[in-house]
Write a protein of this length. Structure first.
Length: 303
């Protein structure tokens, strides 16, 4: 059975461009609001929106690059651009999250006066814009790491705007000025766990860890059940980009398979096994079918 090794990727540039435009508009509005009100919550949310706008710009560039075809010098094209963009976004989010927490703690001790009515207006503007952007990205947020990072950034912005609105309402109704710093702490608490999770996932891809959902011990055991297969070694699996897992292995078969025509059929069975048997389908597989005597010619690192 043949296998289609085309590595197409969906075009999400339109959705990302709309979300980016909305984010720029929110950024400008909240920057004005932060200057007018002096609110820490709105200031850090503006900083958050600034980094997320930059992240969306990176995501848009990555989405464009990922559609460029492979070449002799880049055999996977720019498919990993989405991973690099997600890594950069997660790192920036971590920095913003830490800054927010430090500044908020300082303001809890000495809260400034905050015009609550103006604050709630700018908070509602940010919330409305982010909800629209979330609607644009929602249906494709699981397609790849790049889109997931973009969606998380907008979702965090929306929650941040909601925290700003709540803080403004609390200040207006109770006069408790520390609500602004508390809202900033909430925004920071929302940023850090998601940033850490995304950083861990993107780093795992760049380290070429085994893709989640694929147990190599189980893969080896299943390959060994193919008729005439005697040994499987040098087994590796990694993720080039979202939706593009790859696997390779050296497979020792009976010597007679190379004279009676079995070798070709065994290769078909091996590829069919990793493409169809496991929860994670691996369409791009490379198997070196060899005799037991070939092992003497291999490098010692081929365990």
């Amino acid at each position: 059975m043949g296998h289609d090794h085309a590595h197409g990727t969906a075009d999400h540039r339109g959705r990302l461009a709309v979300a980016f435009g909305i984010s720029v508009a929110i950024l400008l509005a909240q920057a004005v609001g932060a200057a007018v009100t002096g609110s820490l919550a709105l200031l850090v949310d503006t900083a958050h929106v600034l980094t997320d706008t930059g992240g969306l710009a990176l995501a848009l560039v990555a989405a464009h690059l990922s559609l460029r075809p492979p070449s002799p010098t880049r055999t996977w094209g720019y498919r990993r651009a989405e991973v690099l963009a997600a890594l950069a976004q997660s790192a920036v989010l971590l920095v913003v999250g830490v800054y927010v927490l430090v500044e908020a703690v300082q303001r809890l001790a000495d809260p400034p006066e905050i015009p609550s009515t103006t604050l709630v207006v700018f908070g509602l503007i940010g919330l409305a814009g982010n909800l629209v952007a979330l609607g644009v990205l929602a249906s494709s947020r699981s397609d790849n790491l790049n889109l997931r990072a973009a969606f998380l950034e907008v979702a965090n912005d929306a929650l941040g705007s909601l925290a700003v609105v709540i803080a403004a309402v609390v200040i207006a109704t109770t006069g408790w000025l520390r609500a602004d710093a508390v809202a900033a702490l909430v925004i920071g608490a929302l940023i850090l766990p998601r940033a850490m999770r995304l950083l861990r996932e993107t780093t795992s891809v760049l380290l070429e860890s085994t893709p989640p959902g694929l147990d190599l011990d189980e893969v080896r055991a299943h390959l060994l059940r193919v008729e005439h297969v005697r040994e499987v070694h040098d087994l590796h699996a990694s993720l080039i980009a979202t939706g593009l897992p790859v696997i390779s292995a050296h497979v020792v078969v009976d010597d007679g398979c190379f004279s009676d025509g079995h070798a070709g059929r065994i290769l078909d069975e091996l590829q069919e096994c990793v493409a169809r048997h496991f929860d994670l389908s691996v369409e791009h597989s490379t198997f070196q079918v060899e005799t037991a005597s070939h092992r003497r010619h291999e490098h010692p690192s081929h365990a």
